[in-house]
Structure formats: C-alpha cells, structure tokens
Design a protein around this ligand. Sequence first.
Ligand SMILES: Cc1cc2nc3c(=O)[nH]c(=O)nc-3n(C[C@H](O)[C@H](O)[C@H](O)COP(=O)(O)OP(=O)(O)OC[C@H]3O[C@@H](n4cnc5c(N)ncnc54)[C@H](O)[C@@H]3O)c2cc1C
Length: 466
Amino acid sequence: MPTYDLVVIGTGPGGYVCAIRAAQLGMKVAVVEKNATLGGTCLNIGCMPSKALLHASEMFEEAEHSFAKMGVSVSAPKLDLPSMMNFKQQGIDGNVKGVEFLMKKNKIDVIRGVGRILGAGKVEVSADGKTETIETRNIVIATGSDVAKLKGIDIDEKRIVSSTGALSLEKVPEKLLIVGAGVIGLELGSVWRRLGAEVMVVEFLDRILPGMDGEIAKQFQRLLEKQGFVFKLSSKVTAVDTSGKMLGVKIEPAAGGAAETIEADVVLVCIGRVPYTEGLGLKEAGVALDNRGRVQIDPHFATSVKGIYAIGDVVAGPMLAHKAEDEGVAVAEIIAGQAGHVNYDVIPGVVYTTPEVSSVGKTEEELKQAGIPYTVGKFPFTANGRSKVNQTTDGFVKILADAKTDRVLGVHIVGREAGEMIHEAAVLMEFGGSAEDLARTCHAHPTRSEAIKEAALAVGKRAIHM
Ligand SMILES: Cc1cc2nc3c(=O)[nH]c(=O)nc-3n(C[C@H](O)[C@H](O)[C@H](O)COP(=O)(O)OP(=O)(O)OC[C@H]3O[C@@H](n4cnc5c(N)ncnc54)[C@H](O)[C@@H]3O)c2cc1C
C-alpha cells in the first residue's frame, strides 16, 4: 500500500493549493519542498515581496509629492531602506507562516528536501546527505520557474541582478538599467525610481508589455515616461563591462547597427522566466518535455507517465500565481475523479504599478488577427467623478465586445486600482455576459468602477458622462 494518495513536488501557489484541495477531497497528501520556507517564488521572491515594496515606495512618493496638494503638510520624507526591507520581510514571513498553518490544518505532511521522481508512484527526497523514498498513488509536479539568463551576462545579484536581487538591493542605485519591459521589470523599476533611481528600460521589441493590448501599453508607456522612465525600444543589451566603478552596458539596435555604451550602477536582467525541472529526474522517469523545456501535459494535466501530473509555471500558459492555483485545484479534483477545469480565456493579468494595468480576455490585436468583428467602448478616468475629486485621472477603460452578439471578449484598464476593478469583467466573461449586461448593472457611486459601466455603455455609443 503506498503511504500517500498524492505527493506534490513544490509548494508555490500551484503546489500548496493543490495539496489543500486534495486533502479537502479526502486524500492523504504530502508536499516536498527544497527551500527552507514554503510558498515558492510567489511568496518568497515574487508576487508578495514585490507588492510590499511597491506599496511602501508608493507611500514614500505620495508623501513626497501628493500630500501637500491635499492640504496635508509634512516635512520631506526620508528613506530608511533597511526598515522598508524589514517591512517587506515581515510580509513574507506572515504569508509563509500562513501556508505552514494551512498544511497543518489540512493534515498535509511537509517533507523537506529535493524531490526526484524515480518513476510512477515513487519520489526520492534528499536532504542533508540523506535520502528516503516515498510511495504514492499520484504525483503532481509543481516545481515552478527560474530566472531566464541573458547569454554572456553573469548575474551576481549585487551589481547585475535578477528580480531576486532587485528585491533586496542594499542602497538605491543612481542609475538602474533594466533589460526587458515586461511586467516584473516595470514593477521593480517603479519601486527604485520612486526611491530615487534614474531608470532606463531596454526592450528588444518595439513596444512595452508584450502580449497586452497595444493601445493600453502605449498610454501606459507615456504615463511612465511622465514619471521619469526612459525607454530604449527595439534595442538589445549585448554585453556588460564590469571592470569599472560603473557598469558599461553595451546596447545595439535590435535590427543590427552601431552599438552605444550606457553607464549604470545596477543592471536588472528581467527577460522572462524558464520552467524549472533541474534534478527532478524527468528524463529517466520518462516524463516528456515540450520544445521549450516545459513539462508536456494533456488537457487534464496528465504527463506522458500515468499517475504523474504537472501544473503552474513548469507547464505551458501564463506564468501567473493565480493560474497556478486554479490548475492546482483542477488537478486535485481530476485525481479525485471530478471534472476539474481551468478556463484559460478568462485569466486576468495585472501590472501593480501606479497607475496599474489590468486585462482579461482578448486584446484588440488578437481579435484583428483572428478576424473576429468587434466593437470598442472606451471611457477615460478624466470623466469619472471619483477620479476627478481624488485627482487621479490617468488612464482609461477599454471594452471589446463581439460585433454580432455583444458578448464581452476583452477588458483592458490602465488606471489606479485597475487590478481590483478587473474582476467584475472576469465574472461577467465567465458567465458569457454582454456589454449590455455590464451597462445595465447598477454600479455604486462614486466609484472608479463606474468607468467600467460607462465603457460598456460606450460600446453601444451611449456613455452618459462623456
Ligand atoms: C518578482 C516577481 C513578481 C511576480 N509577481 C507576480 C504577481 O504579482 N502576480 C502573479 O500572478 N504572479 C507573479 N509572479 C509569478 C509567480 O510568482 C509565479 O507564476 C508563481 O509563483 C508560480 O507558481 P508555481 O507554484 O508554479 O511555482 P513556484 O512558485 O516557482 O514554486 C515552485 C516551488 O517548487 C520548489 N521546487 C522546485 N524543484 C523542487 C524539487 N525538485 N524538490 C522540491 N522542491 C522543488 C521550489 O523551491 C519552489 O518553492 C511574479 C514572479 C516574480 C519573480
């Protein structure tokens, strides 16, 4: 008799949520974790610490620039970076402890060490020179992802950093050069710019936030430029000279041409993340990978070996914590014989800057490419009463609806609190709702969410406040 019904390797948001759902469904579950703390990338070096620093640095900037205009007179705020880092750490510790509590509450065994799959039903765990083999009916691989490296540029986490180093810099860089204009780079760039760094972002493509709606990204870029961000688009970093006091960053046009060298004291390499499967023994166990090194799964999260499943960043799809969590729930339900499912058409994405950017569903570019006729409704926060009184009017809401059926196909927002606002659109889309449904739903006044209702009205060319 195997000891467990399920062993989950990795305790990020995919793994620990999967374990809890499986325990709820009556399974005997263990999780295997190689890190000293539970919670994976998200809780330790990802979503949560970055959000703590975004919040603290935003407060710093607000105190510096926004309080006076509201009649709140304070002396110029001083930065105490060690205390800010301590604030971040307290947040991490609180959440990590929360996961430990949830493991206990759900009677899930936590096995510390590096997990290696020996084959269906067998996981070897090594820690402190000892190994043990655990027998289980099912295995879920939830080993997440790691930082993508840039060829020829060595990350030392001091001067040339990944997102992990950028969350723990010991002083504010004078000049921070970020390679990659994706979500993580722009969030961490925002943190350090607010704290005093000059920030330049070098991006290979001719736009920021690849994959997000182009019009939203363009307006967002303008807003970041107003804040002091400098963008070098269609450009690539080809080398970093570390010999001097300042780093010499060699930048070339993406299409080729003359190189230039720009000085920076910190370079943040933020060009994406890659699936993490090191030491898992997948090849020997016969678990197939796809052409991008991700664990290959069928629509039910099953790998090429019966009884072994995979979820989260280590498989295809957006590398997002909530996508990993939903897959964790779905695979636990499937293993229990239920019909677990994730709707990949309705996964929100958020950039937690100021203003925030959020989106769910199709972008305008995707609809054009798919040849789907659509109507657009837009509404700017300059015409939203609550935003006006708070003097936070940057950005707009954009709704894309099917031209024939009025079904909402995509919602994109740039503006304060956009990350909280997107969920009414997600619920609407889960239920296959129309712009008309959204427009006829009573929204509390005065809220920023009224801009969503107005954008929905604008799909039918009948916005009230514009
Ligand atoms: C700076 C940053 C900010 C981010 N911000 C956000 C955000 O705001 N919102 C969002 O949705 N996403 C965000 N992400 C992405 C998010 O962190 C990931 O999508 C999410 O953590 C993936 O979850 P996971 O469970 O698949 O893997 P992970 O969280 O990566 O967890 C995998 C776990 O597996 C363990 N592990 C790996 N191999 C083994 C092994 N062989 N044996 C034992 N244990 C093993 C690892 O130690 C790790 O704990 C951010 C990422 C970064 C880096």
